[in-house]
Design a protein around this ligand. Sequence first.
Ligand code: HEM
Length: 521
Amino acid sequence: MSTLTFLYALPIFLLTAVVHRWFKRWRRSRSFLLPPGPKGLPIIGNVLDIPQGLPLWEGSMALGRQYNTDVLYLNLFGKDMIILNSTKAISDLLDKRSKIYSDKPQSPMAELLGLDWAFSTMKYGNKWKSYRRLFREYMGPGPVKTYEDTLRKAADSLLVRLANDPKRFREHTKFLSDSLSLEIAYGLGVDSPDHPILRRADEAVNAVKSGLTPGKWLVEFLPFLKYIPEWFPGATFRKFASAGKRSLDSSITVPFNTVKQRMQAGEKVNPSIASACLQKMSDIYEQGLDEDAVRSVIGITHLAGADTTDCVLSTFVLAMSIYPRVQQKAQAEIERVVGVDRLPDFSDLNDLPYLSALIKELLRWNAPTPLGTSHAVMEDDVYEGWFIPAGTIFLENIWGIFHDEIAYPDSYAFNPDRFLDEDGKVDPSVPDPEHRVFGSGRRICPGRHFALKAEFIIIARILATFDVLPPVDENGVPHVPRAEFTPDLISHPAPFECTVKPRSGKSLMFTKASSTPEKSS
Ligand code: HEM
């Protein structure tokens, strides 16, 4: 198509597609009762109804209250979207009707990023099931026990970095999260955050986070825009997607090929999911999978876990610098149960209810994925008398249910005690954020067993050895950071300053003793 023809054809194509969609929706809305939501305008639907200046999770809670519904219907350029604002609605639909609510919406941005290899964006079906089964072989509740030693070492190397350079705590937690997932997936050790594999992975994760943020890109609502060529004025999304695709392709290929080539050359490689899979390729072929499937499942293990782990750790540092009494209480519990002659270990978990409550509170206070990731319904459905058209996109408002003032009074305060009963034991009557923060139904996060293990050991060991403190100015006055979080698909604390100080000579001894030389790839 010549440039001129394209320029003439585009607006006509655009208008026809939008009018067609709007007409379909208008016809349907006359025959069926859709769930409550703002009325919207012709063609663009509710685009202008979404409260501005607020993250979508807060804005949709406000709209839900305005329309007195926990099943908020929005129409965005003819696309049906429902935001579920209560645990009941999430459980009724995404859990109890998971047979038809486990699809993923077809996302033009995911397509432009070339994400068809990733089972997290795959349509519900046999291919997704077989990829997820392979992931579970290495990340299920049993297999994750085999990573305990790697996790202890990773936690201890973080302590060393914190002791040596306390102000750059945020870089250290990020490096820990990134290098840990690289090691578990490929057995590759890296000694610097500037290692090209980590940099590429970072670019890839950022591309996915930005590319899949709900409502961020017009092409999600007007899919034909994906045919706009990269050179077209204003087509920044195309350039963004091409760069993201390059980083993603490199991130799943380079480390995998490195391990494969080393194994083929008979070199010794560290244990990892990649080496385990490559050693048993004949079994994998028998399961109907091939090397592409293995590469992609391991790629997801590497890329999906790092940012969420980092998010929880930086939220922990922020919370401790704002709430010193919570920190002291957790440290006192650790000293009482573990003593001061060793570091906390996995076997201590059940004896540390306050620490368990603190981790639950971290996940609640700043849920790493405030809207989960979208689901799509595969068939027309009816819920509470409302019609739900096939293909409707669903978002679960995890942030919203974690800020429900009835379940969690004074919900913006960081208060682990809300999860404990009078005897200091975890109170089963308080809804456990661990049951909701990882999503729902058949798509529930399969990395959750690993995530909870990693967070426990890292946080317990930091608390045992360091005090997290707000920064002080030249007059010694502390400047407590504010609890602010980014409005992204994975919502991190906004930049803040603080520092960490070793708690005693003994804690310094632990960090020195565990200062084993780091591997290089
Ligand atoms: C605190 C840490 C984490 C949180 C809060 C989290 C949260 C989530 C959420 C909300 C989903 C979407 C579930 C749904 O569609 O309903 C998800 C999916 C997923 N997560 Fe996690 N995650 C975490 C850590 C991890 C880790 C460490 C890994 C890998 C080792 C991982 C791998 C995945 C994968 C592969 C999926 C896609 C599942 C599918 O579509 O079948 N996650 N996660």
